[in-house]
Write a protein that binds this ligand. Structure first.
Ligand code: HEC
Length: 155
């Protein structure tokens, strides 16, 4: 076959050339370069891309997990806030039996009702997954606890 003859001639020529000059032939040099390129592609470049893909995948997965975790926390906050509203009803029902001076009763029930409204607000925010508003709403609610205690603890 013609290409085999050509190849043989090429090899002979290369061998002769190599003999004449120790430098690598252009073809050999290209083959080495080709094989180096192959190594870079199949190892370094593929590794880098795969690593990035893994990181990006993990990242999106942990975003999902974060959302699930937030959602779980919000559900517990919602339930606790609902329970708190019921507790305020008990406080209001108890009020007539507490020794609160009559003129201060409206203030006491006012604090209790504010607490119930704030608990409802907190429950609503939690059920609607408005996470960033939960902390401020919780802080506002705690301020009502403090206010009522300042006025009425001891009754
Ligand atoms: C309507 C008024 C009022 C509100 C609002 C209120 N409390 Fe109280 N709380 C009282 C009174 C009065 C006492 C004292 C009763 C006792 O312990 O004999 C008390 C007592 C307590 C006690 C008992 C221990 C202590 O420190 O005396 C705790 C704990 C407490 N409150 C927590 C809270 C929390 C938490 C909130 C808010 C979510 C809250 N309270 C809101 C009136 C209120």
């Amino acid at each position: 076959m013609a290409w085999q003859a050509n190849a043989l001639i090429s090899i002979l020529l290369i061998a002769a050339a190599a003999h004449a000059a120790p430098a690598q032939s252009e073809t050999e040099d290209q083959e080495i370069a080709q094989s180096d390129l192959h190594d870079i592609m199949s190892n370094r470049i593929t590794d880098a891309v795969t690593r990035m893909e893994l990181l990006l995948h993990d990242h999106s997965r942990s975003e999902d997990e974060l959302e699930q975790e937030r959602s779980r926390v919000a559900a517990v906050i919602g339930d606790s806030a609902a329970e708190l509203q019921h507790s305020v009803d008990f406080v209001l029902a108890l009020e007539p039996r507490l020794a609160i001076p009559p003129e201060q009763v409206p203030q006491f029930t006012g604090f209790a009702k504010t607490l119930k409204d704030q608990a409802l607000e907190l429950e609503t925010l939690a059920r609607q997954h408005r996470y960033e508003m939960l902390k401020p709403a919780h802080e506002r609610m705690k301020a009502t606890c403090t206010s009522c205690h300042q006025q009425f603890r001891g009754y």
